[in-house]
Design a protein around this ligand. Structure first.
Ligand code: AMP
Ligand code: MG
Length: 417
């Protein structure tokens, strides 16, 4: 292994999590490519430009109930023991195009969603009538406009429906459809290459020779990339061999970002540091966080953003949440790249390192409706405790100056599931 040189940097100052993230976000720009997709293909994509309603919503006054469209003046005195009888002059199901006017003493039977006939100023629900078809007895006086949904009361044509940078989910796609749109402009999906490094790694399920472990990071990263709405362009598992890594860099497929796991620290065989460190365009820093202290970020020679995350699986999960996910969302054109955080009560206490922001994998619970968190593993924040990640719903984020969390303390939580 003479190709390796040791690169100790134990004395480099720690960089704050916020500063490292700012540096990353400052160097990542949204992908410029915009595609127009049918609404049926829009869920999960990011809206490229804001869109406005093409029609009023509702686009005509219509009934909110199955019942009878009436003139209020006719039925102002109606009561259960003093019903008022009207002539039924039309029958209006939803979708009816019939143009009807009702005059004094008249009503139209009307179903939910049908256009309200001219002359009517309220709808009486069928339950407040005798449900007659030729003539109907009205048992209650409606308020003005009762049970009529007014044209434009939800949105007017020209009103903003969706804002650029939004993630398109079910509700937003439905709102666009209702507002008259058939297609939406979306940002191209970022393509991300995932590379796990480590000569100890074997494929999941393969027999374990002495010293070998199953590669979980490539699966973790590929799933996290997909959860962030990006496409995995390739998944690789490479040994700690600089020649193999250099060769991959030269022959790799086109992508918008590369994420490495492992090999960024000061170990004698840390291949990512060895190869990417030699490019001169990738910074290797020590971030004031636990886990996830060694981090690499920069650009490959063609400008592609590249992340080097430490190899411990919990560190990978934390580093992705803290740095990679916001950057991928920025590439994807999202306006909001940070998740909201919440407050929860620590159900038990734990320790946190001085001077470092701790990301503790936690399981969410509830105590009489109040959210609680507890470490997802009995071993706490140990970065090798990948099994415990399965029980985690997110991370408790403990500030740099806190050394001890006590049971009952309120802690900041990011929910990632
Ligand atoms: P490294 O950052 O390369 O020093 O790796 C730190 C620790 O994470 C070591 O115990 C590695 O065996 C472990 N590790 C590295 N890569 C993976 C991986 N892909 N899956 C699971 N564990 C890993
Ligand atoms: Mg390694």
């Amino acid at each position: 292994m003479s190709t390796f040189q040791s690169a100790p940097d134990g004395v480099a100052p720690l960089v704050r999590v916020s500063a490292h993230l700012e540096r990353i976000l400052a160097s990542v720009a949204p992908l410029g490519t915009v595609e127009v997709v049918r609404l049926a293909d829009a869920a999960g994509r990011t809206l490229a430009t804001s869109v406005d309603a093409l029609v009023d919503l509702p686009s005509f006054d219509n009934s909110a109930m199955d019942g009878y469209a009436v003139r209020r003046a006719d039925v102002a005195a109606a009561a259960v023991d003093a019903p008022i009888v009207l002539d039924v002059v039309a029958d209006l199901p939803a979708g009816s195009a019939e143009e009807v006017t009702i005059g004094p003493g008249q009503a139209a039977r009307i179903m939910t969603g049908a256009p309200v006939p001219a002359g009517a100023d309220a709808v009486v629900p069928v339950e407040r009538t005798d449900a007659g078809t030729a003539r109907v007895a009205i048992h209650a006086a409606p308020r003005p406009g009762h049970h009529i949904r007014l044209r434009g009361e939800d949105l007017r044509a020209g009103d903003r429906v969706l804002t650029a940078g939004m993630e398109l989910g079910a509700r937003r796609v439905a709102a666009a459809a209702a507002a008259g749109l058939a297609e939406l402009p979306v940002v191209a999906v970022p393509r991300v290459a995932v590379v796990a490094t480590g000569s100890e790694l074997v494929e999941p399920g393969a027999p374990l020779a002495r010293g070998r472990i199953h590669d979980s990071n490539s699966l973790l990263l590929a799933a996290l990339v997909a959860e962030a709405g990006c496409a995995v362009s390739e998944i690789r598992r490479l040994p700690d061999d600089p020649h193999v890594l250099s060769e991959w860099l030269e022959t790799r497929g086109d992508c918008d970002a590369v994420v490495f796991s492992g090999g960024v620290s000061v170990g004698a065989y840390d291949v990512v540091r060895h190869v990417l460190g030699g490019l001169g365009t990738v910074d290797f820093v020590r971030v004031a966080m636990q886990p996830g202290k060694p981090q690499a970020f920069g650009a490959l020679p063609d400008g592609t953003p590249v992340f080097g995350l430490p190899g411990n699986p919990v560190s990978v999960a934390v580093s992705f949440e803290a740095f990679v996910r916001p950057a991928l969302l920025r590439l994807a054109g999202r306006a909001e790249v940070r998740r909201p955080t919440w407050r929860a009560v620590a159900a038990v206490g734990w320790r946190s390192p001085a001077g470092r922001r701790q990301y503790m994998p936690v399981a969410l619970g509830a105590d009489e409706g109040v959210p609680t968190v507890r470490p997802a593993t009995s071993g706490g924040s140990g970065s090798h405790l990948v099994g415990g990640l399965a029980a985690a719903d997110g991370f408790a984020i403990i500030p740099e100056d806190v050394e001890e969390v006590a049971a009952g303390d309120l802690v900041e939580v990011v929910i990632t599931r």
